[in-house]
Design a protein around this ligand. Structure first.
Ligand SMILES: *Cc1c(COP(=O)(O)O)cnc(C)c1O
Length: 418
């Protein structure tokens, strides 16, 4: 029998127990709320607090000696993320590092990979890019003495459409041709939820000789990635959205092996990127360590890295394939409920082809009350609202259920008076 009710779907879900690995915030009735906001701040793994506490204890017990003698010594602490972080984005060991925050990493990577010349100086981004990305690329152009108005090319969807067509992206890259220095796109757009055709776009940009960077803020932990095989140049992501590592958590950076090995690449350097064999000789000469590790600046904030352990451990155990399998199903269920029992005037602007989206659906609700977020929250549903009329709902396969999706649609209908 094919399960159809939410209860049956949840009972048949092989990942149903993953929900118990997380703290689900209570709604006003004290029962777990319907949390569809993992695209903004992922929930706390129950294992995170103990890992932070362990570092607090080691600091108390050992002081500086915890760098070498802690249960998880601080000196090589970041090295434990090298493989799981690379696996998450489809990289090979040595290509990924957890450091800094997302926008900082974008700047550091652009310091290496955006090297404009008189002929080749443009940066291509999507028009609906996250503001921080827009500011970052415009300020990079200005930093190099260029006018952002001519150096930054913003890709817009066709009139009346919300998603970018890959054909149009390819055509734009062809049109800009050799003037393109860097293509820096959100792999999954934060607003529309569109997942770009990363393989095709990377190829099209390479054909013009451009460098390709991906912002994986809404992609890491959401969709399966194969950065190495797609032959991208660099990528960066934050860990507090789908990766559940806590507010402002330490972010990720990825550099393709062919660059990661090249210790002669120009970069903004700091001592943690230096070869560990000579780091503590404290000499003035910087010797980059091979791998993405060579882009590190500072010794990392251990208390902010500790929750990343909890997160990557869960991703390692569950695996992106299983998560993606459930995710496709869960989001399709939300989509079909919204179509069958529309809770009012709802226009789904996220592509309906699963190859072009992750878990998030973005809903345009014309004339929606401004306090919709608050009204839903009073009824135990947490989603996020973007002016003037977009609700982003992200059923996350790790901790959301089919029951959550049903409750969301019913509550939304109640609030919109359907
Ligand atoms: C969430 C997000 C950011 C946030 O940047 P931080 O440096 O982590 O504050 C930047 N870019 C995109 C595309 C995002 O989705």
């Amino acid at each position: 029998m094919i399960p159809t009710s939410a209860a049956e779907l949840d009972a048949a879900d092989p990942l149903r127990e993953c929900r118990d690995l997380f703290h689900i915030p209570p709604g006003p009735d004290g029962k777990p709320c319907v949390y569809l906001c993992g695209n903004s701040l992922g929930l706390q793994p129950k294992s995170a607090a103990g890992l932070v506490q362990q570092e607090m204890e080691d600091w108390a017990r050992l002081g500086v000696a915890a760098h070498l003698e802690g249960r998880e010594p601080w000196l090589p602490y970041h090295e434990q993320f090298r493989e799981p972080a690379a696996r998450l984005v489809g990289g090979v060991p040595g290509e990924a590092v957890m450091m800094n925050s997302l926008t900082v990493n974008l700047h550091l990577l652009m310091a290496t990979f955006y090297r404009p010349t008189r002929e080749r100086f443009k940066i291509v981004i999507e028009d609906s890019s996250f503001p921080s990305d827009s500011y970052a690329v415009a300020s990079q152009a200005a930093w190099h003495g260029l006018d952002p108005a001519s150096a930054v090319v913003r890709l817009r969807p066709r009139e009346g459409e919300h998603a970018l067509r890959t054909d149009d992206v390819e055509a734009a890259l062809e049109r800009e041709g050799k003037a393109v220095a860097l293509v820096l796109l959100g792999a999954v757009n934060y607003l529309t939820g569109q997942w770009m055709d990363m393989a095709r776009i990377t190829l099209a940009a390479k054909r013009q000789g451009a460098v390709v960077g991906w912002d994986l803020a809404h992609a890491a932990g959401n969709v399966p990635l194969r950065l190495h095989d797609w032959n991208a140049d660099f990528a960066a992501w934050c860990s507090y959205k789908y990766l559940n590592s806590g507010p402002g958590a330490v972010a990720g950076a990825w550099v393709h092996e062919r660059h990661a090995r090249d210790t002669s690449l120009p970069r903004l350097a700091g001592w943690w990127g230096n070869d560990p064999a000579t780091r503590f000789r404290m000499g003035p000469e910087f010797v980059a360590r091979p791998g993405a590790d060579g882009w590190q600046l500072s010794n990392p904030p251990i208390f902010s890295l500790a929750p990343v352990r909890a997160s990557l451990d869960i991703f390692n155990r569950v695996g992106m394939d299983a998560l993606r399998g459930k995710s496709i199903h869960l989001t399709a269920h939300l989509e079909s409920l919204l179509r069958q029992r529309p809770p009012g005037r709802v226009n789904i602007i996220t592509p309906s082809d699963p190859h072009h989206r992750g878990c998030q659906l973005s809903l345009v609700l014309p004339g929606v009350p401004r306090d919709i977020e608050h009204r839903l929250r009073e009824r135990g549903v947490i989603v996020d609202f973007r002016e003037p009329d977009v609700i982003r709902a992200a059923p996350v396969p790790l901790y959301n259920s089919f029951g959550d999706v049903e409750r969301f649609v019913a509550v939304l209908g109640g609030v919109l008076g359907a």
